[in-house]
Design a protein around this ligand. Structure first.
Ligand code: CP
Ligand code: NVA
Length: 309
């Protein structure tokens, strides 16, 4: 059984299959053609330990559009690991629904779900990674530069966080170059970089402290919040540490004119990104958010109805 807990565990060809499926479903939707209800009779539990707009709506809408059903579960109701152990929660769900997408603090909860359950487990964001976001990011890059994205350079400016990890990994899997510009102490861990490089020795993966250097050859300039969910107590100190890592017009003047700007959202306007850039001509952040729906439809089709057409 296939899970989608991290990009590292799936192949580049499987990722391309998911993206192809998502793009085909998007085309159909845009033409107003009805989808074959490939998920009829299937339900997805979607569990949230943290807030969400895009992930929640895109999973529910994706299930509905493919003929299935989503059951949204908030942490206060389920109490995974508090009211009931992770293992018992997933054993129960395995007999009732056909898959689970879960947004959790500890990544290990997802690994435990896969271990004790018998349904596909999808990572809807953990403190460690956000692979569903990376699928939509790549779809947006393909929209801009065409299906052949190998050789494209993505510069991530800011925190070496969950979104950066999944994006770096998908870049490696699909032949893109990745540059991370972070303040000292907020880079991606050396072990993480070593692991990606051992899987994809040919990958170009650079880490710098200089945001201006990082964007020089970038086709894509990407940023995310400086304060991820769960880090709220560090907001003031992080704001000071990341001050030189804002994606603003001055930074964009150092990037090629064709570069696009991506952000997984929610954005903290005036912190990691200015209004001018976010609402400017290089920004693709809203099509990127909309691609969450299309990429997830591809993902759900491949995971819950493999082999369907
Ligand atoms: N990008 C993203 O995952 O958004 P939400 O937190 O709103 O789901
Ligand atoms: N890094 C952010 C991403 C939000 C979608 C967080 O974890 O809060």
């Amino acid at each position: 059984m296939q899970h989608f807990i991290s990009i590292a565990e799936v192949s580049g060809s499987w990722l391309n299959q998911v993206l192809d499926r998502g793009l085909a479903l998007r085309d159909q939707r845009r033409k107003g053609q009805a989808h074959v209800p490939i998920l009829a009779g299937k339900s997805l539990a979607v569990l949230f330990e943290k807030p969400s707009l895009r992930t929640r709506v895109s999973f529910e809408q994706a299930m509905v559009e493919l003929g299935g059903h989503a059951i949204i579960l908030g942490q206060e109701g389920v109490g995974v690991g508090q009211r009931e152990s992770v293992a018992d929660v997933i054993r129960v769900l395995s007999g009732m629904v056909h898959g689970i997408a879960a947004r959790v603090f500890e990544h290990s909860k997802l690994v435990d779900m896969a271990r004790y359950g018998s349904i596909p487990v999808i990572n809807a964001l953990s403190d460690y990674s956000h692979p569903c976001q990376a699928l939509a990011d790549v779809m947006t890059i393909m929209d801009e530069f065409g299906r052949a994205i190998a050789g494209t350079t993505v510069a991530f400016i800011g925190d070496g966080n969950n979104v950066a990890r999944s994006l770096a990994t998908i870049c490696g899997k699909l032949g893109m170059n990745f540059i991370l510009a972070s303040p000292p102490g907020y880079e991606l861990e050396k072990q993480f970089v070593a692991r990606i490089m051992s899987h994809v020795p040919s990958m170009s993966f650079e880490i710098t402290q200089d945001a201006r250097d990082a964007v020089h050859y970038a086709d894509v300039v990407y940023t995310d919040t400086w304060v991820s969910m769960g880090q709220e107590a560090e907001a003031a100190s992080r704001k000071a540490v990341f001050a030189d890592y804002q994606v603003n017009a001055e930074l964009m003047s150092q990037a090629p004119a064709h570069a696009i700007v991506l952000h997984c959202l929610p954005a903290h306007r005036g912190w990691e990104i200015t209004d001018e850039v976010m609402d400017g001509p290089q920004s693709r952040v809203f099509p990127q958010a909309h691609n969450r729906l299309h990429a997830q439809k591809g993902l759900l089709a491949e995971l819950l109805a493999p082999g369907s057409k």
